[in-house]
Design a protein around this ligand. Structure first.
Ligand code: ATP
Ligand code: MG
Length: 425
């Protein structure tokens, strides 16, 4: 679990601003649900045979003896909230969310125990247009962020009868090659055979390469849906690769599944995953509602962004106010408020100290100008303005006209990103 320190927060906020902008362009509205849910919600939705539910959840009994779980993902929560508040009654809904998720995984680069997902969910559209729309949202997000190349992989899991037929044939095929499978996959053969397709194990992969393909089993409705989805992507000129081995780690998907992957993050190569989950609302106790969505790994996207461009600069304070002497201190404190009211960012020195020390603090603050006020200047009704990012000489400004003078000064040259204090030494 990571502390997000002030020096990385600006990058997070920039990303969040883009999320708001892009989701708004499509009419998705934000939803915020609790980080804790009843354990049964995830058991019923994600499925007890999945990695998440079988070994990754933070689950505990609360003081009433009720089993609660820190959410490992948010789709189930969105469905629960929608059902609880009657949001699916003859209505279509477009939701988005961002927030922390919790999975007890082996921590490594790009894999954390508290991580963040941004996601969108669309409820009430059975046709492939919405599948293509959520792809368009992802694509626009990458483009707006300037993320660099990512590859979209798609597949269809079919549904109902065709999936059962595929599952039977797959189990028969894998059983015939059982001795070549890794131990994990042999276990999955019994509990969740589709997940064997997902194995990263080299020997298992070579068995899987010749396994039956899901896509050959699609019934005509699922085939038509998949073709419609691909056609829409073609209309939008979105590049994609059909990956017949792509399955998802959660049980609730049907028909469309997809992942955006990159080869620039090592083993943790998926930045976004999603698909259609037409059965989930009913599974959780509602009427059947078609649905589709995705979840983005925020840490992985930020890591990828950091590879292609420097992280967003921190806030650059306009001013640092240094003051020497009792009266000057008192005036400076009030002056700082006046300047903030005028729209400037001002770091107050708060507490005196010698001239050398205060000017060193001014420099470290990253501010563009220091305002220096001593009792002498105060007696003359003036304050010294010292440029901190150039060798220009300091000059005096009348205290009565200070807002106006500083506004002109700050507007005359755009703020340069401040270097972090440790880089300046
Ligand atoms: P993976 O195969 O990497 O374990 P997953 O299939 O478990 O991913 P999803 O449940 O589909 O992942 O979550 C969607 C996205 O959330 C992933 O594509 C990834 O970017 C991100 N993600 C998942 N688990 C973690 C984690 N432990 N730490 C950081 N990001 C994660
Ligand atoms: Mg996982």
């Amino acid at each position: 679990m990571n502390d997000l320190l002030p020096e990385v927060i600006d990058a997070w906020q920039c990303l969040e601003a883009v999320l708001r902008q892009v989701t708004a362009a499509y009419g998705y509205r934000e939803i915020r649900t609790p980080v804790l849910e009843r354990t049964a919600l995830f058991q019923r939705s994600i499925g007890t045979d999945t990695d998440i539910v079988s070994k990754e959840m933070y689950t505990f009994l609360d003081l009433n003896g009720e089993s609660l779980t820190l959410r490992p993902e948010a789709t189930a929560s969105c469905v629960r909230a929608g059902l609880e508040h009657g949001l699916f009654h003859n209505q279509q809904q477009r939701f988005w969310y961002v927030g922390p998720m919790f999975r007890h995984e082996k921590p490594q680069k790009g894999r954390y125990r508290q991580f963040h997902q941004f996601g969108i969910e669309a409820f009430g559209w059975p046709g492939p247009d919405i599948d293509a729309e959520i792809i368009a949202v992802g694509e626009r997000l990458w483009r707006t962020l300037g993320l660099g190349p990512v590859v979209l992989e798609i597949n269809s899991l079919g549904s109902g009868e065709s999936r059962r037929r595929f599952r039977d044939d797959l189990v028969a095929y894998l059983t015939a090659h059982e001795s070549a499978l890794d131990a994990d996959s042999r276990g999955r053969l019994q509990t969740n055979p589709l997940r064997v397709l997902d194995s990263k194990h080299p020997e298992t992969q070579s068995v899987v390469a010749a396994a039956p393909s899901l896509i050959d089993y699609l019934d005509s409705d699922c085939r038509r849906h998949f073709d419609g989805f691909c056609a829409r992507l073609d209309d939008l000129k979105v590049n994609y690769r059909i990956n017949p081995r792509l399955v998802r780690g959660l049980d609730y998907y049907s028909r469309t599944v997809f992942e955006w992957v990159t080869d620039r993050l090592g083993a943790q190569n998926a930045i976004c995953a999603g698909g259609r989950y037409d059965g989930l609302v009913e599974t959780l106790g509602g009427k059947s509602v078609p649905a589709a969505g995705f979840a983005v790994g925020v840490e992985r996207v930020l890591e990828l962004l950091a590879l292609s461009k420097p992280l967003a600069p921190g806030i650059v304070p306009d001013l640092f106010i240094a003051a020497f002497g009792e009266g000057a201190n008192q005036t400076a404190f009030v002056l700082a408020e006046r300047l903030r009211t005028a729209g400037m960012t001002v770091i107050s020195q708060c507490g005196g100290g010698g001239a050398k020390r205060q000017l060193r603090q001014a420099d470290r603050s990253g501010a563009r100008y220091a305002l220096v006020l001593g009792d002498d200047e105060l007696a003359r009704g003036e304050i010294a303005v010292k440029p901190l990012r150039s060798d220009a000489p300091q000059f005096l400004v009348s205290l009565s006209k200070i807002e106006h003078e500083l506004e002109l000064l700050l507007r005359s040259e755009p703020a340069q990103p401040a270097m972090a204090a440790h880089e300046r030494g």
